[in-house]
Design a protein around this ligand. Structure first.
Ligand code: CAA
Length: 415
């Protein structure tokens, strides 16, 4: 499969594999237990240059794209799903700046993100605005040379550890389509506080927190792209490019669980032989492997679609996120099953994979939202097809769809 990637892509994948093997895997259980930010792993990722993978060379990065990001996330997640997202969320936070920031904003923030010196988070969701991402209540009001923010954010991954925050807030409550703007907030801005840290089922190595803005004042030049009202669009464009990363996290998790389950099945003896000899176990492993492979291919295809900027990238990213994360839940659950009673216990690493997998079906858009995005885009594409009669010749007798359409047209416009 290496032949399918450029040598540059493989350099970053291999560096990530090395960090995952040497630094992440030995510490995964520890950070899962203590639920504290693993600064030593951040340092190892920074030292390997991995935070610069998706950032253009002119802003201090390595000039890769979503594909290279996904290859790194997959390798890290194979060892620990929490570390996979700890890394990927910096891409989520920085994509708004990359996609829509002014030149000055890019120069100010991207080099430090690329070097790993400063971490970044993405603040969209609120208590009352999860799937309904446009229903935000956090306000940002202009006051002289500043914006004043009031409100709270929920489930901010990397919050507290991060120095920079891409925050989405309502700047024009009277507008239906231009209500929201993205504003960059920095740690230490007056009135900005880190709130409650969640106690989570999985991805426990990375903090997920509330953010509070209490009359938080930031200079006006923090408005993303210098243009108000574009925030919702920028959030959606960001999520399009970040969802392949969640899919890569899921595919990596699933791959890691499959590898452990295969080794365990070969070592575990029951009825006088290795359980890997039993066809029921072989069937499970084969089905798991097929799902992992299909998920990986959709990750790479959607990442390439994002990097090429093709019109179907929104649909592809949603499909990859949907398929890979549902596959990860099935594969990690089956991996626990292969481990049997031992799999249920924390002594073995496998139950953590199942716990880490669950959130991938929920965040960066629930899989219900992904299906909605896929269906909407399918219909948009279908409405652009040639006229129905030419595209799908219908039987020449009454009561066809075409006759109903003709009758409706005649009724509306009697000749
Ligand atoms: N690219 C560009 N523009 C887009 C777009 C896209 N992919 N999708 C929508 N838009 C634009 C539309 O063109 C439209 O623009 P106009 O007003 O100019 O016509 C506007 O945005 C509104 O679009 P919709 O009517 O489709 O919006 P909607 O309110 O129906 O919402 C939704 C659609 C898909 C449900 C969206 O709200 C959504 O994606 N929800 C899920 C939110 C989400 O993923 N949250 C995750 C938070 S981050 C997180 O989880 C991170 C973490 O912890 C790691």
């Amino acid at each position: 499969m290496d032949e399918l990637f450029s040598p540059e892509s493989l350099v970053w994948r291999d560096k990530a594999r090395e960090v995952a093997q040497k630094v992440v895997r030995p510490k995964a259980a520890h950070y899962d237990r203590i639920q504290e930010y693993p600064w030593e792993i951040r340092d190892a990722l920074a030292e390997a240059g991995l935070f610069g993978v998706w950032i253009p060379k002119e802003f201090g990065g390595h000039g890769g794209g979503v594909l290279e990001l996904c290859l790194v996330v997959e390798e890290l997640s194979r060892a620990c799903g929490g570390i996979g997202v700890l890394f990927a969320v910096n891409a989520l936070g920085s994509f708004p700046i990359l996609l829509a920031g002014t030149e000055e904003q890019k120069k100010r923030y991207l080099p430090d993100i690329a070097s790993g010196k400063r971490l970044i988070a993405f603040g969209l969701s609120e208590r009352g605005a999860g799937s309904d991402a446009s229903g935000l209540a956090t306000r940002a009001v202009e006051d002289g040379d500043e914006y004043v923010l009031d409100g709270s954010k929920k489930w901010t991954t990397n919050g507290g550890a991060a120095d920079i925050y891409s925050i989405f807030a309502v700047t024009d409550p009277t507008s239906a389509s231009r209500r929201i703007s993205a504003i960059i907030v920095e740690k230490g801005d007056p009135g900005f506080e880190i709130g409650r840290a969640e106690d989570k089922m999985g991805i426990r190595a990375v903090p997920v927190v509330e953010l509070h803005f209490k009359g938080c004042r930031v200079p006006k030049d923090r408005l993303l792209g210098g243009r108000a009202g574009m925030g919702f669009k920028h959030a959606m464009m960001t999520l399009d490019r970040a969802r392949p990363g969640v899919a890569a996290q899921a595919a990596g998790l699933a791959r890691g669980a499959l590898e452990l389950a295969t080794v365990y099945a070969m070592k575990r003896h029951q009825f006088g032989q290795s359980i890997a000899n039993f066809q029921m176990i072989q069937q499970m492993l084969a089905d798991m492997a097929t799902q992992v492979e299909a998920a990986r291919q959709l990750v790479y295809a959607s990442a390439r679609a994002c990097d090429a900027g093709v019109p179907s990238l929104t649909k592809m990213a949603a499909m990859a996120k949907l398929f890979a994360t549902d596959a990860a839940m099935r594969v990690t659950t089956d991996a626990v099953q292969v481990f049997g009673g031992y799999g249920f216990m924390r002594d073995y690493p496998i139950e953590k994979f199942m716990r880490d997998a669950k959130i991938t079906q929920i965040y960066e858009g629930t899989n219900q939202v992904q299906r909605l995005v896929v269906a909407r885009n399918l219909m948009k594409e279908a409405s652009g097809l040639a006229d129905l009669e030419a595209y799908m010749p219908l039987p020449d007798h009454p009561n066809t769809l075409l006759d109903q359409e003709r009758a409706a047209a005649e009724a509306a416009n009697p000749a």
